[in-house]
Structures are given as C-alpha cells and as structure tokens.
Design a binder for this molecule. Structure first.
Ligand code: SAH
Length: 368
C-alpha cells in the first residue's frame, strides 16, 4: 500500500482520538485543504480518474442550457435571474450552457452566473474556461453567499461528492460504521461504532429490520449534508421563484446497500487504500433529496432517467444538426456521444434527473 500524506494524517488522528465516521473520512479525503482529492488535482477526462457528462460532449451542456432558457420563459422571463452551478468541475458545462443562452439576448442580459466551488484549484480552471463568457461570472464557497432572487440552479455530479454516513446492522440494531486501524496499525478497516441510526422517516422494514430479511452486516447510508443543501435550494426557490436540476447517479427509493466507491484512473479502487489520491463518491438517494425539497416548501418532479430527459429535450435532433454535412468520422463520434450520454448501458439509466421548483407547475419534460 502506497503511503499518501493524508494517510499518515488520518492514521495519527485515529490513533489519538479513535475511529472516525465514514463521513469524516470521506470529507478529509475529498476536501482536506492541503491534500484533499479535489484540492490538488483535476480529476476529469481521459488523463484523470473519471469522465462526467459535460466532458463527454458539448451537447449535454447545450441541452441543459436550452432547459434553463425555457424554464426562464415559464417563470415569466424575470429581467434578473441567478444562474447557479454547484461543483462546476472544469467549468465546461457552464461554458456550453452560456453558448446556448446567447441565442436569446434578453436571457443573456438577465443572467448573473454564480459558480459555487470549494476547491481553489478547480476555481482557477473554471475561471480560465469562462474567460470569454458572454456574461459576468462570480465565484462563491457556499450557496449561502449567492444573492437572493429568482434562481436557476444546476448540480451535475455534485451531490455524489458530498460525505455520507453509513450504518451497519449488528445484533443490537443499526450502528454507525466507522473507519479504524487494522490490528497491526498498518491500514484502515471498517468497524461498527456506538452511534445509533435516527430512524425517523425511514421505511419500517429498514427501521425495524428484525421484521424482514435484512441480515447482520447490511449497510444503510444517509446523506445529511446533501439533504441540508437541497433544503437550502428549495427554500430559495420557494421564496424567490425558479427551478433546480440535480443530475447524478443514484437510487429512487431508500434501500440497503454499500455504494461508497473509489475511482482511480477509470477503475474501481479500495476506498480505504489511498486517501486523497482516489475520487470517493456514493450513490445519491433521490427519495431523500426530494423529501428534503418538499419539506422546505418546494415541489419535486421526477426523478427521470438522464436518457429520457436528454432525449425529450432534443438530444437526437441536436446530434443530427451537428452531424449534418460532416464526414463519417464526425457522425460516428456524435453517435457514440449520444450513446454514452443516453444509452441504457451507459449513463442513460444509472443517472437520474430530479427537478425542484418554487412554483407547483412542472418544468418540461417532467409531468406531475
Ligand atoms: N459538475 C462537474 C464536476 C463534478 S465533480 C462535472 O460534471 O464535470 C464534483 C465537484 O464538486 C468538484 O468541482 C468539487 O470540487 C465540487 N465540490 C465538492 N464538494 C463541494 C462543496 N461542498 N461545495 C462546493 N463544491 C464542492
């Protein structure tokens, strides 16, 4: 096992204070100011560890840009609207969205772009990507810093990067899963800690597993930070109008399962092995996200699959237009990109889109 600087730091923390929660482990791996994964590197693309939809093709951002433009019209064309992106990566999605926004000068004039990003390294990259953007862009560390007003908000592969808690079923019930040291003190292992699960709002067969076939060792995940951020989004939309899209891989109903995963150079890795060196994510619980939005007074729509969403917004027509009159190589590439974004074996089914609105009416292509 290679030693990473963060591994030594987490090791001594656990030696001093005892095992840490999976959420604290994840949070240190991703966001430690000095050695955290997002703080030190550019994770995306073929050279990096994983590829996100905006990095697959410009068509993804164009479809989202078209959705924003149309939703702005639906909410009455406010002459000032905040276009907010959470966790914008390299800034590719926003650049592609803004290219489309330019098609409607009144929209381009109304838009104020706000990028919410915690990594100084990625913020620099985003600033380079958006240098020539047709509208002014402002950067923030948290959503709370974004001024109030009608808002269109996009979060693509943002919620999966937020720390989750895990609980493991023991003979005494659900206990928080912790990261501790192995008996030789040479590496990390998972172990059940004393923390108990707050079962409020959970389906009965999970809250009281004795009554069903959920056996010892089963894992349940909770995402309090993701839900808290969704509540903030929803409260803002309810107060000032607008809509948000959360696009991510995840599940539609609260369920048992360990989804904590590490990605390094496009392959799965051991999440405990190289802190700070691999991307760590967890699948998003869309039921919990939607509930957080509704409890904060907004309306949730979907989730629908990314494939259905993009095709309803005109992905195939866009690919047809981009390919028209081009050679076979370009057309093949576009077909591959469509397949990657919307194909059921690729991102089309695993990825879901949840829309949240301040007003009750569903944005296209969601129906109530
Ligand atoms: N949306 C981009 C990048 C996804 S990776 C894309 O689709 O390509 C996750 C992004 O969220 C990174 O930019 C990371 O630095 C950022 N991030 C992680 N935690 C964050 C937090 N708490 N607040 C704001 N940004 C965060």
């Amino acid at each position: 096992m290679t030693e990473t600087p963060l591994k030594a730091r987490i090791h001594s923390l656990i030696e001093r204070t005892g095992p840490i929660t999976v959420a604290d482990f994840m949070s240190m791996c991703l966001s430690d100011p000095e050695h955290g994964y997002y703080m030190t590197r550019t994770p995306f693309g073929s050279e990096g560890d994983f590829t996100t939809a905006p990095e697959v093709s410009q068509m993804f951002g164009e479809m989202i840009g078209a959705w924003c433009l149309e939703t702005w019209e639906t909410i009455g064309r406010p002459n000032s609207v905040h276009l907010v992106e959470l966790g914008p990566g390299r800034g590719t999605l926003m650049a592609d969205m803004l290219r489309l926004a330019r098609l409607e000068p009144a929209f381009a004039k109304a838009v104020h772009v706000h990028m919410v990003e915690t990594s100084p390294h990625l913020r620099d990259l985003q600033q380079q990507t958006l240098q020539a953007a047709p509208v002014a862009c402002t950067w923030h560390e948290t959503l709370a810093e974004v001024p109030e007003g009608p808002t269109l908000l996009i979060a693509n592969e943002f919620f999966d990067a937020l720390p989750i808690h895990q609980y493991v079923l023991t003979s005494e019930g659900w206990r928080e899963r912790m990261v501790g040291l192995n008996p030789h003190g040479t590496g990390f292992i998972f172990a059940a800690g004393p923390g108990r699960l707050d079962t409020a709002g959970l389906p009965n067969e999970i809250a009281n597993p004795a009554s069903r076939n959920i056996g010892p060792g089963a894992i349940l995940e909770t995402q309090p930070l993701a839900n808290a951020i969704m509540s903030q989004i929803a409260a803002r939309l309810k107060a000032h109008g607008g809509a948000a899209l959360a696009i991510d891989y995840g599940y539609e109903r609260t369920a048992i399962g360990d989804t904590l995963q590490a990605m390094e150079k496009h392959t799965f890795a051991d999440p405990l092995a190289n802190p700070g060196q691999a991307d760590l994510t967890a699948h998003v619980n869309f039921e919990a996200l939607a509930r957080a939005a509704v409890e904060a007074g907004a309306t949730a729509h979907g989730p629908m699959t990314q494939g259905d969403f993009l095709i309803a917004l005109g992905l195939l027509e866009r690919a047809g237009r981009l390919g028209s009159g081009k050679d076979h190589a370009v057309q093949d590439r576009l077909r591959d990109d469509v397949e990657r974004l919307a194909g059921p074996d690729q991102m089309g089914t695993l990825f879901k889109v949840l829309a949240v609105t301040g007003q009750a009416a569903a944005p296209r292509p969601f129906t109530i």
